[in-house]
Design a protein around this ligand. Structure first.
Ligand SMILES: NC(=O)c1ccc[n+]([C@@H]2O[C@H](COP(=O)([O-])OP(=O)(O)OC[C@H]3O[C@@H](n4cnc5c(N)ncnc54)[C@H](OP(=O)(O)O)[C@@H]3O)[C@@H](O)[C@H]2O)c1
Length: 313
């Protein structure tokens, strides 16, 4: 099969190639997916550069973290899926393998693809959707009336978080560049702050924010403590320096976490997408042969939703 592989860590343009690779073996609990599309995330270029390495590479590794396609085979213990089903998944991060014609995924990580979504739309959702869902419902307790500030409202995670926070009943303020403001409002944000023109901590100086969901880190994360009400919660998907000190100083809950794959939660996101409450935001697509260009697009930043790789049937 064709797949995007690395044999060593390095810059995307130097080490990523699209080549022949062995079709994955199908374990007893695995669903073998004939992939039609694969979402691209910042974590993919970080993996290529070796930032998340557990050890050195000893053989070519297929990269990629989320997939949508058609079930081509199932392991002997698989009960919930059958050949021909349309599915999507955030793959096991220890395995990767999504930028390929075939992907083997444990059945507990797979969900039925909503019929209303294309494969490209479905492939854009698992990683960012699960990240936003886990941030808002597990790390924080966002519900009716919660005032949430979401940093990076036009990005992959932020664009889903805005919609999910609205679905949960929250009042949503988001930061984004001026040229993304209309888009983020359209996703449901009640207020959008152009972070290049204004300082959100000044705009919100008279407002109590219950929860900040930080998808950008750095100065935005630091300034977020100024707008949180005492007892509020900062949830970040980026590292937080001196978290315990900040927690004590500002009297807030401070949380950072790594998202985890989860088939049942993904099924719930699929139902929200099917009912129109969650709209995948796809900015660009690239064919599998142009995986390098897809990764470089994500690496440059300035995302307005997701970049997705298409894989011909
Ligand atoms: N811990 C986890 O489990 C986890 C999970 C998923 C992602 N992540 C990490 O979370 C980060 C975001 O991921 P993503 O997929 O959403 O990335 P993305 O699609 O590249 O989106 C980032 C967004 O942030 C905007 N932005 C940049 N600086 C900003 C600022 N100061 N204020 C407000 N917005 C700003 C960018 O737009 P402009 O440049 O136009 O402003 C872009 O729209 C990445 O670092 C990723 O590695 C962590």
């Amino acid at each position: 099969m064709k797949a995007a592989v690395i044999q060593q860590y390095g810059q995307v343009g130097d080490v990523v190639t699209v080549a022949e690779a062995p079709k994955p073996t199908v374990g007893p609990r695995d669903v073998l997916i004939e992939a039609r599309a694969a979402g691209v995330n910042p974590v993919d270029h970080l993996i290529v550069k070796g930032y998340l390495r557990a050890g050195e590479l000893t053989q070519p590794v297929v990269i990629g973290n989320e997939t949508a396609g058609v079930v081509a085979a199932v392991g002997a213990e698989v009960t919930g899926f059958a050949v021909g089903d349309e599915v999507f998944a955030r793959v096991d991060p220890r395995v990767g393998g999504a930028f390929a014609e075939y992907v083997a995924v444990d059945q507990s990580l797979v969900a039925a693809k909503p019929g209303t979504l294309s494969f490209v739309e479905a492939a854009s959702l698992p990683l960012v959707g699960l990240t936003a869902w886990q941030a808002l419902t597990e790390q924080a307790d966002v519900g009716p009336g919660t005032r949430v500030l979401i940093h990076g409202g036009a990005g992959g995670v932020g664009s889903v978080a805005v919609q999910l926070a609205k679905h949960l009943g929250a009042e949503v303020v988001a930061t984004a560049s001026a040229d993304s403001a209309a888009l983020v409002r359209d996703l449901g944000a009640d207020q959008v702050i152009d972070y290049r023109a204004e300082r959100f901590e000044q705009v919100l100086s008279d407002v109590d924010v219950d929860v900040v969901f930080d998808t950008v880190g750095g100065p935005a994360q630091d300034a977020s403590f100024q707008v949180l009400k005492p007892g509020g919660t900062l949830v970040s998907i980026l590292p937080i320096a001196d978290a315990d000190d900040k927690k004590a100083k500002w009297n807030v809950d401070v949380r950072t976490f790594m998202m985890r794959p989860h088939g049942e939660q993904l099924a719930k996101l699929g139902r929200l997408a099917a009912s129109g409450e969650l709209r995948p935001l796809v900015e660009t697509t690239f064919p599998l042969a142009e995986t390098v260009e897809a990764l470089q697009k994500v690496e440059r930043g300035g995302a307005r939703g997701k970049t997705v790789i298409t894989i011909p049937a």
